[in-house]
Design a protein around this ligand. Structure first.
Ligand SMILES: *Cc1c(COP(=O)(O)O)cnc(C)c1O
Length: 394
């Protein structure tokens, strides 16, 4: 067992666990007791693999980005999660969880969503499987993210407005949890990142680990070596990074770089750079690092990219950070926007602004010329065109 993976009690070092209200014990225990047996079953694996291939379009290419490589003096490969059906890595996880829900005999799916990306990925797999789908979303987010609300509705999902508190993601999460408490028998709750009570962080990381599994094979084909020198990904909750790191965790000479969003700057008061600003505490059912005030109130995060606008990181990331196995850095809104434009101009690929944060860190690195670098391009930029347009005045 790797010291960077979850232990039998649900912890990564001091982080993880399941800090939940007693009323949720039955739901979470059912998952804890059954998830490994189900997802390691050969029939499950076969179904998962065929949907990833025939529906999502995997394997996603590992693209040697030549002009980007020349610019930075390194051998840079992009893992193209942006080419997945629905435009990002999130679908890997929702496919896995919908299959798990079926095996558990669940008839109804709930999820919470902020910007709507996870809501769309969940509504998609519910349409695929003909399961009832309820997505909780803050009232303010519903207004801000009309196209994603429309997508979910087209796919037959019911979008329920969370009208309490700040009317955003946090409140939607509370509503989803309340629903789950009230419907423990027939409902599965699909969490969208490597956060939440054990076993979610491990389960989601396993579903996303296809990213590094493919990368190893593709690197071997392309370079004759299955290991890169450096692996990079952006971190909101941390699921694309967890998937990108998964099969490289034990190879200690491979550098793992996680890029958080520092918004208007780490010290601006408008940021989501959790490892810089955060402290240990409990968020969304697990012990991790989160941005909080001295008396434990969660601080509202900010980033130009909706997917990185989260006040914590998953417990595995907290452990990779604390143990020093991972290098945690951050990029500002401006740095990310410039990096997104640069990739577009050099390679003809418009990245999601989340992914642009990972690209932005290249500017701060010094290469000798022979390093192999893999960057997870977590999503495509179509959804962000409005923001690019406003920012650059196109
Ligand atoms: C949601 C999202 C992210 C952030 O989520 P993680 O769980 O940290 O991966 C990153 N990139 C894209 C394109 C997203 O949609």
């Amino acid at each position: 067992m790797s010291k960077y993976q979850v232990n039998s009690k649900g912890y990564y070092g001091p982080f993880g666990g399941a800090y939940i209200p007693e009323m949720l014990y039955p739901n979470v225990e059912e998952l804890q007791n059954q998830y490994l047996e189900i997802i390691e079953d050969p029939t499950f694996k076969k179904e998962f693999e065929s949907l990833l291939r025939d529906y999502v379009g995997r394997p996603s290419p590992l693209y040697p980005a030549q002009r980007l490589s020349e610019k930075y003096n390194a051998k840079i490969f992009l893992k193209r999660e942006d080419l997945n059906h629905t435009g990002a890595h999130k679908i890997n996880n929702t496919i896995g969880q919908i299959l798990l829900a079926e095996k558990l005999g669940k008839k109804r799916i709930i999820a919470e969503t902020g910007a709507g990306q996870h809501g769309v990925a969940t509504a998609t797999v519910c349409a695929l499987k003909g399961l009832e789908c309820v997505v909780y979303m803050g009232e303010i987010d519903i207004e801000r993210q009309a196209p994603n609300v429309a997508r979910m509705k087209m796919m037959g999902a019911k979008v329920v407005a969370a009208t309490s508190g700040s009317k955003t993601l946090k409140d939607a999460t509370n509503e989803a949890l309340r629903d789950w408490i009230n419907n423990p028998v027939d409902t599965h709750y699909i969490i969208g990142s490597v956060v939440g009570p054990h076993p979610y962080p491990d389960m989601v990381a396993r579903f996303q680990s296809i990213i590094s599994e493919e990368t190893k094979k593709q690197l071997l084909e392309k370079t004759g070596k299955q290991n890169p020198d450096i692996v990079m990904a952006c971190v909101g909750g941390g699921s694309n990074a967890a998937g990108m790191f998964y099969h490289f965790l034990n190879e200690e000479d491979i550098q793992l770089i996680a890029v958080e969003a520092s918004g208007h700057g780490v010290d601006s008061g408008e940021s989501a750079a959790t490892t810089v600003l955060g402290h240990e505490g409990v968020l969304h059912g697990s012990r991790s690092i989160l941005m909080q005030t001295e008396d434990g109130q969660v601080i509202e995060p900010y980033s130009i990219s909706a997917g990185l606008d989260y006040p914590g990181i998953g417990p595995q990331h907290a452990w990779l950070f604390k143990s020093g196995r991972g290098t945690y850095v951050s990029a500002t809104d401006d740095e990310a926007m410039q990096a997104g434009l640069l990739l577009t101009k050099l390679e003809g690929i418009i990245p999601a602004i989340e992914s642009s944060h990972a690209l932005a860190h290249l500017e701060k690195m010094k290469f000798k010329g022979n390093e192999t670098v893999v960057i997870c391009l977590s999503g495509r930029g179509d959804k962000d065109l409005d923001i690019y347009m406003k920012y650059f005045g196109f």
